[in-house]
Design a binder for this molecule. Structure first.
Ligand SMILES: O=C(O)CCC(=O)C(=O)O
Ligand SMILES: [Fe+2]
Length: 235
């Protein structure tokens, strides 16, 4: 990896590396649904029941509570059925540290993408692993699911790989505008985007009308997204 690349991912709030999985001759086939079902189908995972149409700062509190456990195979069967409903299931925060074939493949990626970067990354001082922070998690999606607005735990950086086949549409606000947005949403909607993190999904018109710079970008299969510290995002 070039020094320019390293400089960029540590300086910018958002950086998208187009088609990187192909570039690093990564074996993505083990991340395909049929392989996941065959190898890890009996694992119990968390499924979140969502309304795919609610895009606002309000109204998700009650829905977010509806989390249930299901086997991975049964969720994959669900993704294979055509759906046209207002409600969708989203497989969230799947801890893949025990899915050793996946971890082995991910470890083949450059340090800047997968491994804790010694000397630069504060996580090299962790005494124990932390689920979802120093260990990767996987999300399985159907069209219309959404990840509500949040910053990462302790405002750490985030790295996200799209294993495909479909795109993910991202929105983000740089950390320098976070407090202004927080005050704005509090005054207009009476909602604290921090205490309600993960429970809202904002349309960009509201931000643009209020002069909050916002990014919208499309992550295709094989693209890696790097977020800087404190970058607010919803996907
Ligand atoms: O893909 C998603 O829905 C979640 C992405 C995200 O929040 C992250 O990678 O930090
Ligand atoms: Fe995130």
């Amino acid at each position: 990896m070039s020094p320019l690349f390293e400089d960029t991912i540590y300086k910018e709030q958002v950086c998208l590396l187009r088609g990187s999985l192909n570039h690093f001759s990564f074996d993505n086939s083990i991340f395909k649904k049929c392989s996941l079902r065959k190898n890890f189908g009996s694992k119990k995972i968390d499924i979140m029941f969502q309304n795919r149409l609610v895009h606002s700062f309000l109204g998700q509190k009650a829905l977010k509570q509806i989390l249930r456990k299901e086997r991975l195979a049964s969720y994959i069967n669900y993704t294979n059925k055509g759906k046209d409903s207002e409600f969708v299931d989203f497989a969230v925060n799947i801890d893949i540290n025990e899915f050793s074939s996946l971890i082995r493949e991910l470890r083949k990626l450059p340090d800047q993408i997968y491994t804790v970067h010694k000397g630069i990354d504060s996580q090299c001082y962790y005494r124990d692993d932390v689920l979802g922070v120093s260990l990767s998690q996987m999300y399985l999606k159907v069209k219309g699911v959404w990840t509500g607005g949040h910053q990462e735990n302790s405002r750490l950086r985030a790295i996200n790989i799209n294993h495909g086949p479909a795109d993910s549409l991202w929105y983000s606000v740089d950390s320098e505008h976070y407090e202004r947005l927080r005050r704005l949403v509090m005054s207009v909607f009476g909602v604290d985007i921090l205490s309600q993190e993960g429970l809202w999904f904002c349309n960009i018109e509201f931000l643009l009308e209020n002069n909050i710079p916002v990014r919208q970008f499309r992550q295709k299969a094989g693209d890696v997204v790097f977020l800087g510290p404190g970058c607010l995002h919803w996907v």
